[in-house]
Design a protein around this ligand. Structure first.
Ligand SMILES: Nc1ncnc2c1ncn2[C@@H]1O[C@H](COP(=O)(O)OP(=O)(O)OC[C@H]2O[C@@H]([n+]3cccc(C(=O)O)c3)[C@H](O)[C@@H]2O)[C@@H](O)[C@H]1O
Ligand SMILES: Nc1ncnc2c1ncn2[C@@H]1O[C@H](COP(=O)(O)OP(=O)(O)OP(=O)(O)O)[C@@H](O)[C@H]1O
Ligand SMILES: NC(=O)CC[C@H](N)C(=O)O
Length: 541
């Protein structure tokens, strides 16, 4: 019998920072070696980060990767490195996993299953591999696979047939609600199918609209979960295995708890916001705090992501802003300990109207005046951003973005929208959930009916179906691709469905100009939903 100590390195690489990622790899490898690990496993495309998108098309890619691999080979490590990188071979790019041992690249495996659905478009960049890679790891025949390879039955069966007794699987598997459970079920099935344990290492952290939860795990050949790393943080943990009677055996070891859905979604929003702000070098964030629930939840996320000292909230009252909105906003800012200012938009609104009145020639009031209020606020927030170097957080939720219930260059002006993929009903649930950990949002913000306060006594539900109904229709239409008729057949009022579906379709132009935000569902308004703006498609079908 011999023992094998496997370090699982759940790291947060920075996309494109190949030298920096090589340093991160070396730092983790030295730590793992000092703890006695034989091998260290990193996530998919460790050197480039995931997804590198069109950086993969840059002419200097091969040179940069070769330089980093040379640095790793020359590092004089006693531990075996298993890492991922894009590899250019005769002008074709492979999504590669490589094993570096004793200063040599001892074997390489090219990903065979290239995901090309939802947010993934690997076929645009990579050529698939066609064979298993089994190498000797302290006497154990060990196979490599990369992320999507494990979502299909082929590569595991192929590795088993090639004699592998252990599988190391490198991942960049983005989060959506429910995904951690889905992955663990899948891994159990694959381990049983391959008759071998699988060590699954995922990356963690935010990358533009994607967020990676980590949640790396190891399952034994029977499909039992033996190890789970904590979600939403970098983690380096050692996994002990024994090799005897021709099999790798793993006992149950520490299992970080699996989170409830609301916890994991909230953490996804916090992680996505934090990494966007930090990785893009912003000092902090600023947002308009209206006393409504969207900006309240966005503020809580920002503070949990960055700490109160990096967050500024600005209330910008107008004649329709209620007293309650102003006291709630000030109270929430106090509870969260953030910088708070109140800047009236009355004078600038009046100045715009005075300029426009002669050319509008007494035209009746409509949404023009409402949008002007939102745009005055957008101008102030962007001025703060320019002067102070803070990123403007917008606050639009998925329901609003779906139906175009927001103002271009007004409340849509900004750089990042934490709630972009969060339906309004989930905004309420998350706000209550956050308050259970400490009441940071004044309860009246959660209990009062939502209003844009752009006209006297305005309520969102005067112009939209109730959010419970709206969100169900949107989930069916946007996330599940149902037709309007199919949604009506499920019992929703024809009038509501036709109106909502029409609004979704005609507001594509607005979403194309919206800031990016954290994707937490299987279908966000981003990389995974690409509709033409100019389109003759009959609405809603
Ligand atoms: N296909 C297309 N391609 C490119 N641009 C297109 C376009 N169609 C219109 N446009 C442009 O877009 C303009 C219309 O968009 P926009 O100016 O945004 O204005 P619009 O969508 O007409 O109005 C904003 C709506 O959002 C509501 N709102 C505003 C602010 C906050 C909230 C809230 O509660 O969160 C709700 C407000 O009550 C109103 O119903 C048009 O005047 C035109 O310039
Ligand atoms: N009086 C205000 N002071 C500061 N910011 C405001 C004010 N009114 C609106 N905003 C900004 O514009 C965003 C959209 O606000 P609006 O009230 O129109 O819609 P909402 O979707 O109900 O948002 P919220 O629930 O945050 O009020 C707000 O989240 C906030 O960032
Ligand atoms: N990077 C990948 O291959 C990811 C694809 C995979 N199905 C996942 O989401 O986990």
């Amino acid at each position: 019998m011999s023992s094998l100590s496997i370090a699982m390195a759940q790291i947060n690489p920075l996309v494109g920072d190949i030298p920096g990622n090589a340093e991160r790899i070396l730092e983790q490898a030295r730590r793992a070696e000092a703890q006695g690990a034989d091998v260290i496993v990193f996530p998919e495309l460790t050197l480039s980060g995931y997804p590198p998108e069109d950086l993969l098309l840059r002419p200097s890619l091969a040179l940069r990767i070769d330089r980093a691999l040379d640095q790793l080979k020359q590092a004089d490590l006693g531990i075996v490195l298993v890492l991922g990188y894009p590899k250019v071979v005769a002008g074709r790019v492979f999504n590669m996993a490589g094993v570096v041992a004793r200063g040599q690249l001892v074997c390489e495996y090219a990903k065979q299953c290239l995901p090309n659905y939802q947010v993934f478009d690997e076929v645009r960049y990579f050529v698939p591999g066609d064979s298993a890679c089994v190498f000797d790891l302290k006497g154990v025949p060990t196979a490599l696979t990369i992320c999507e390879d494990i979502w299909q039955p082929g590569p595991v069966e192929q590795a088993r047939d090639a004699g592998a007794k252990l599988m190391l699987n490198l991942n960049a598997s983005p989060f959506h609600k429910g995904k951690p459970r889905e992955r663990e079920q899948l891994l159990a099935e694959r381990a049983r199918q391959g008759h071998m344990p699988i060590v699954y290492v995922n990356q963690v952290g935010g990358q533009d609209e994607l967020v990676f939860d980590g949640g790396s795990v190891a399952v034994n050949a029977q499909g039992d979960l033996c190890r789970r790393l904590p979600a939403w943080q970098e983690s380096l943990e050692l996994l002990q295995a024994n090799w005897h009677d021709g099999s790798v055996h793993m006992a149950h070891q520490a299992l970080a708890p699996q989170q409830q859905d609301l916890d994991s979604v909230y953490q996804a929003l916090v992680t996505g916001t934090r990494d966007y702000v930090n990785k893009n070098g912003f000092k902090g964030v600023v947002l308009g705090l209206s006393g409504g629930i969207d900006s309240a939840l966005t503020l809580a996320i920002a503070v949990d992501a960055l700490g109160p000292e990096r967050v500024t909230a600005i209330m910008m009252p107008f004649r329709y802003t209620s007293e309650l909105s102003q006291t709630d906003a000030a109270e929430q800012a106090r509870r969260m300990g953030v910088r708070y200012h109140s800047l009236s938009i009355e004078p600038m609104y009046e100045a715009f109207m005075a300029t426009l009145d002669p050319v509008f020639e007494g035209a009746k009031r409509d949404t023009t005046e409402e949008n002007l209020q939102a745009r005055c606020r957008g101008v102030l927030l962007m001025a703060w951003s320019n002067k102070r170097g803070d990123l403007v957080l917008t606050t639009g939720n998925k329901s609003e973005l779906a139906v175009g219930y927001s103002t271009l260059y007004g409340d849509m002006a900004g750089g990042f929208d934490a709630l972009k993929d969060v339906p309004k009903t989930l905004v309420f649930e998350l706000s209550r959930h956050r308050n259970e950990q400490g009441e940071v949002i004044p309860p009246s913000v959660i209990t009062r009916p939502p209003s844009a306060e752009l006209a006297p006594d305005q309520k969102d539900e005067d112009s939209l179906p109730p959010y419970e109904v709206l969100d169900q229709i949107l989930a069916l239409y946007v996330e599940q691709d149902c037709s309007a008729e199919a949604i009506i057949a499920r019992g929703f009022a024809r009038e509501d469905v036709e109106r909502v579906v029409r609004l979704v379709d005609i507001n594509e132009y607005k979403r194309r100009q919206a800031p990016i935000g954290v994707r937490i569902t299987q279908r966000g308004f981003g990389r995974d939903r690409r509709y033409p703006i100019t389109s003759g498609w009959k609405l809603g079908e």
